[in-house]
Design a protein around this ligand. Structure first.
Ligand SMILES: Cc1cc2nc3c(=O)[nH]c(=O)nc-3n(C[C@H](O)[C@H](O)[C@H](O)COP(=O)(O)O)c2cc1C
Length: 250
């Protein structure tokens, strides 16, 4: 089933339950092509993808992250920042790469490229009627063990995972911030956003209390800040440095 661009973009929601059906090879090929044609910084293509279809490996990644979708999805794509390819190519041509990959902007470039590639894959998959869910825990939950399982070499580090499968649910769409809170015109708006933010917080609370399936008493602010507290405990610097990222102080 193919969807229109409007349906693909405006009716998308994360799907966390999948049937056992395999994704048609034609759809996998389309997703790969969409990934390949991602716009990247300098056209350097500072990313690569590990497509995990092996069930045993998916179970291991589930055990490390606690994210059930990894073992129940058909394909789990892991998007990585990757300077290995340019480093190898430059070595073959005796061109020194320098320290850029190890700088803050080098890491940022890799993360942007990998994230855009994930969005290409997500949009391609959604347009074919497949269900998707990004999985950030594959980066944060156990970085050293995940890198070891995937045999990630130097200059490659995980940015985000993407679970893809045939959907077995159609969750209610989550309310998002109104356009006035998201889009500024020409300059960043100076108006007081507090009331609009509180209205949005209430909207999310209402959604959480009334949505289909598992309901909760979560509001928006406390729930998100809770994630930030959890995230403050991740030692990402020491996770990425052994792979050659963020070792420069600039
Ligand atoms: C970078 C990123 C990482 C995410 N990581 C996870 C995750 O580890 N587990 C999960 O269940 N959902 C994850 N999500 C999905 C978000 O929870 C979801 O996009 C958000 O709640 C909005 O819901 P929607 O996608 O249905 O609009 C992630 C999304 C993004 C963009």
């Amino acid at each position: 089933m193919s969807k229109t661009v409007e349906q693909t973009l405006l009716e998308r929601r994360s799907v966390r339950r999948y049937t056992r059906d395999a994704i048609p090879q034609e759809d996998v090929d389309f997703i790969y092509e969409a990934i390949r044609n991602t716009p990247t910084s300098y056209n350097g293509q500072q990313f690569s993808v590990v497509d995990v279809a092996d069930q045993e490996l998916k179970e291991k990644l589930y055990a490390l992250t606690g994210q059930k979708q990894i073992k129940t999805c058909n394909r789990f794509l892991i998007f990585c920042a990757d300077y290995r390819k340019i480093t190898l190519a430059a070595k073959s041509k005796n061109v020194p790469v320098g320290v850029f990959p190890a700088t803050v902007d080098g890491y940022t470039v890799g993360v942007i490229d990998a994230s855009l590639a994930m969005m290409s894959a997500l949009t391609a998959a959604e347009s074919r009627g497949l269900g998707t869910c990004p999985i950030g825990y594959v980066r944060t939950a156990a970085p050293a063990q995940v890198a070891e399982l995937l045999l990630l070499p130097e200059n490659v580090t995980v940015v985000c995972g993407l679970a893809i499968g045939v959907p077995r649910e159609l969750p209610d769409m989550k309310p998002k911030q109104p356009v006035d809170l998201v889009i500024h015109h020409n300059v960043y708006g100076s108006g007081d956003m507090s009331q609009a933010l509180m209205d949005y917080d209430e909207k999310v609370s209402h959604y959480n209390r009334t949505r289909e399936g598992t309901k909760s008493d979560n509001d928006w602010v406390s729930h998100i800040v809770g994630y930030y507290h959890e995230g403050s405990g991740y030692d990402m610097l020491h996770a990425v440095r052994p792979h050659g990222f963020l070792t420069e102080n600039s």
